[in-house]
Design a protein around this ligand. Structure first.
Ligand code: ZN
Ligand code: ZN
Length: 125
């Protein structure tokens, strides 16, 4: 027997997702084009120069890492090549938490929220 399956909710969800994705793409395109008009096509880190043939490797970085912060004067944008952009974000990600990979470089913090807890546990032992 053939069961009729219709999933209108799923279809609608698909459309919502597609719309959101397109809106984001259009927004991205918007600030990228504006930034490329505003600034010379040069990576702000390694000073590599770009032209029409390779401008796709030049990306727009948000200085405060907030992609929704797009002031018309471009003050939150920085043109970076793909590699420097990657580096920039890696540095940013490593900043807040001292990762295991760079433990020796982490600043010595004397204040830890668990220090008191540890001594409490010892006392109660
Ligand atoms: Zn670069
Ligand atoms: Zn960025």
């Amino acid at each position: 027997m053939a069961t009729k399956r219709d999933a209108p909710n799923l279809e609608r969800l698909d459309r919502v997702v597609a719309d959101a994705r397109r809106a984001r793409d259009e927004r991205d395109l918007g600030y990228r084009e504006r930034a490329l008009k505003l600034y010379p096509w040069i990576c702000g880190r390694c000073a590599r120069e770009f032209d029409r043939s390779n401008v796709s490797e030049l990306t727009v970085h948000h200085k405060d890492h907030n992609h929704d912060n797009n002031p018309p004067d471009g003050s939150n944008w920085e043109l970076l090549c793909l590699y420097c952009h990657d580096n920039e974000h890696q540095r940013y990600l490593e900043q807040p938490v001292a990762g295991a990979s760079r433990r020796e470089a982490a600043p010595a913090t004397t204040h830890t929220p668990f220090a008191d807890l540890a001594s409490l546990l010892k006392l109660g032992d």
